[in-house]
Ligand binder design. Structure first.
Ligand code: PGA
Ligand code: ZN
Length: 421
């Protein structure tokens, strides 16, 4: 057997915000090796698996990941040497056992996930198949519609927009390649419009613009204008989506629109706010409309709008089957945002996706606001065949790397590629 793991080595690298993160390489006896780098969020859910940081203020303000690196090299690696990388479930289970906590707080979810992802990447190479085919088998041929975050607010931008993300969804396009073009052209049209109105066109963490708009509504208005200026029809070629990331502006049950200075709302008033946004604009998806503790608010908005649009839980579900199960029983949403690093292993992420599939819920494979050039998630999105991906705007190479990988996969699949959900 030449495909046994002979080394697992981690190192500290930087993410797109210049903060440390972890990259791991798994090497096999036959010379094959695969690497994976772990992303990092800013508006994280409380119940996410623990991202282990050193806390040593003399390095990177305490954000170093040398302990996580050491955990891979000294704790995890010796346990896994000699195994073959296609035993994904077993490898993940062994790491969970070694860690022994539900939040992965001993070894760190960043340490564990880097090994989990690198294991899958290595197994695919060892079998001489692309990662999407290895992970998706015969169902790995559906290219996702991109949800492109072209205006950034909330914790991702220093501006006066409360909601975190305003996205365009070019689902009227005939293929991924064309959808990406629709989105990129809209992004460029938006830049011109913002410039003409005297707004800044610097970009936020996910590559969207971060102008100092006066209101959340104005963000939708300028996007509609941009879609038209690019030659597309809003509500036919291109739709809108929001990620409120409402936990980030909720204070003791009240939603505080502090950045725009437009006051405080309770859960019922938020419902009214979203209802009017959906009436005014072609919005087809709203993520984290309520705080992650406001299950009743989530159920109320799903009851009110869930037949018409997608209600997505991100901080609410943290890619964890326990929370998704609770959400299904409470009818708290109808879709789940999937982030590998919220839960910390490939196997557990697969379990959450399988639960969505079984329950008829949508799921969206997502990046984090702090990313690297790693393109694992692009292959993962095709393999999981959910038809939707969230990986930022049409700028910043850490976002574009995923789009370019999807273009590559689409070209490789040729006629057999299916687009969208
Ligand atoms: P995060 O944001 O990566 O900063 O958590 C992304 C999101 O909320 O979807
Ligand atoms: Zn979110």
């Amino acid at each position: 057997m030449k495909d046994r793991i002979i080394s697992i080595e981690a190192m500290e690298i930087l993410d797109s915000r210049g903060n440390p993160t972890i990259r791991t390489r798994v090497s096999l006896e036959n010379g094959v090796c695969g690497t994976a780098s772990v992303p990092s969020g800013a508006s994280t859910g409380e119940n996410e698996a623990l991202e282990l940081r050193d806390g040593d203020k003399s390095r990177y303000g305490g954000k170093g990941v040398l302990k996580a690196v050491e955990n891979v090299n000294r704790e995890i690696a010796p346990e896994l040497l000699g195994m073959t990388p296609d035993r994904q479930a077993e490898i993940d289970r062994m790491m969970l056992k070694l860690d022994g906590t539900s939040a992965k707080s001993n070894l760190g979810a960043n340490a564990i996930l880097s090994v989990s992802m690198a294991t899958a990447a290595t197994a695919a190479k060892s079998h001489n198949v692309p990662l999407y085919a290895y992970l998706g088998g015969v169902s790995g041929f559906r290219l996702p519609v991109p949800m492109m975050n072209i205006i950034n607010g909330g914790e991702h931008a220093d501006n006066s927009v409360d909601l975190q993300e305003f996205m365009v969804i070019p689902s009227g396009a005939p293929s991924f390649r064309e959808a990406l073009r629709y989105g990129a052209e809209t992004f460029h049209a938006l830049k011109k419009i913002l410039q003409s109105k005297g707004y800044a066109t610097s970009v936020g963490d996910e590559g969207g613009f971060a102008p100092n708009l006066k209101s959340n509504e104005e963000a939708c208005e300028v996007i509609i204008e941009a879609i038209q200026a690019a030659g597309y029809e809003p509500g036919k070629d291109i739709f809108l989506a929001l990620d409120a990331a409402a936990s980030s502006f909720c204070n003791q049950g009240s939603y505080v629109f502090q950045k725009s200075g437009s006051g405080t709302k309770n859960s019922t008033e938020m419902l009214g706010f979203y209802g009017s946004m959906v009436e005014k604009y072609p919005i087809v998806s709203i993520e984290d409309p309520m705080d992650e503790h406001d299950w009743d608010g989530f159920s109320a908005i799903t009851k009110k709008l869930g037949d018409k649009i997608q209600i997505v839980g991100d901080d609410l579900f943290v890619t964890n089957t326990d929370f998704v199960r609770k959400g299904i029983s409470k009818k708290a949403a109808n879709a789940v945002l999937i982030k590998l690093n919220q839960i910390g292993t490939v196997s557990e992420t697969l379990a959450t996706i399988q639960l969505c599939q079984k329950s008829g819920w949508n799921y969206i494979i997502s990046h984090r606001s702090g990313e690297t050039e790693d393109t694992f998630m692009a292959d993962f999105a095709v393999a999981m065949a959910g038809g939707q991906i969230k990986t930022g705007s049409a700028s910043r190479s850490e976002r574009i790397a995923k789009y370019n990988r999807l273009l590559e996969i689409e070209a490789e699949l040729g006629e057999s590629a299916i687009f969208g959900s």
